[in-house]
Design a protein around this ligand. Structure first.
Ligand SMILES: [Mg+2]
Length: 276
């Protein structure tokens, strides 16, 4: 809902991806990540690296819900002098660990960071959220080799498989399936889940917490625009054009979906889900 609000202010944005990974970010920030909202630079914190800089709109929403950012600041998204630029910048935003956007660099940074933390005797964990488009990048697989070679079990990669990238369906641009088998062949412990199923995500992160001996990857199949049928079915979904009158309709559809799921999932146990 925060992402829709920010998108409306700018009149555009990577809304489809933001809705697609909202469930993942909710579980990461509420369930997986060991961090301090009021001390984003806490040395013992788990690191969450967003290599897909254009997904920043989703991370800002999560950081607001996690208490790292004031929700009021989200209204500045994409404006001059805002700490919340449209593509994620580590030097601007509390809680933003790296400047993503040059795709395929996140896992390499995660590998180096994890090696450094291990040398320091830290038990902090490094997470890297990357896209299926980033699986086209050779640097991603170089990092995957190095990470496994060094036995970095303090790394968890999370791959957003929304089956789409800037130039079209991933399967048409460059075939990356079978994704899970490829990671396994590179020496990773791999799990694949429905990335829009909160219970499945919580169970997956719980099981990964116990894993030792190799890096782990959680492959998440997500739906672009998840929760807003009007956007789920839109063509040209990579960078969506949303008309002025559609933002309110999108909010209503998302709220409707949330109500529909009330009572059945743990996400609504406390009256509100992890994502507003
Ligand atoms: Mg993609």
């Amino acid at each position: 809902m925060h992402a829709l609000d920010m998108g409306e202010i700018q009149g555009q944005g990577y809304i489809g991806q933001a809705l697609g990974v909202a469930d993942i970010l909710a579980v990461v920030y509420k369930d997986a990540l060991n961090h301090r909202a009021d001390e984003p630079e806490w040395p013992r914190r788990d690191r969450f690296l967003l290599s897909i800089g254009h997904y920043a709109i989703a991370l800002y929403a999560a950081l607001a819900e996690a208490g790292v950012l004031d929700a009021g600041e989200l209204a500045t998204y994409g404006s001059d002098d805002s700490r919340l630029p449209m593509s994620g910048m580590a030097s601007y935003t509390p809680g933003m660990e790296i400047s993503g956007g040059s795709l395929g660099h996140g896992l390499g940074v995660a590998t180096g960071m994890a090696l450094g933390l291990r040398h320091q005797g830290s038990d902090a964990h490094v997470y890297n959220l990357l896209s299926d488009g980033e699986l086209d990048e050779g640097s991603t697989w170089e990092a995957a080799l190095a990470c496994a070679h060094h036995g970095l079990d303090n790394v968890t990669a999370i791959v957003d498989v929304n089956a789409l990238q800037a130039d079209g369906p991933t399967s048409g641009v460059l075939r990356t399936e079978p994704v899970t088998a490829k990671w396994e062949a590179f020496g990773w412990h791999a799990i694949r889940v429905d990335g829009n199923d909160i219970d499945a995500l919580v169970a997956a992160f719980d099981s990964l917490r116990e894993h030792r001996g190799s890096p782990a990857v959680l492959v998440c199949d997500t739906r672009i625009g998840c929760g807003v049928p009007m956007l789920e079915t839109r063509e040209k979904a990579h960078f969506m054009r949303v008309e002025e009158h559609e933002w309110q309709l999108a909010r209503e559809q998302l709220a409707q979906r949330h109500r529909t799921h009330s009572g059945s999932g743990r996400a609504t146990d406390q009256g509100e889900g992890p994502v507003r």
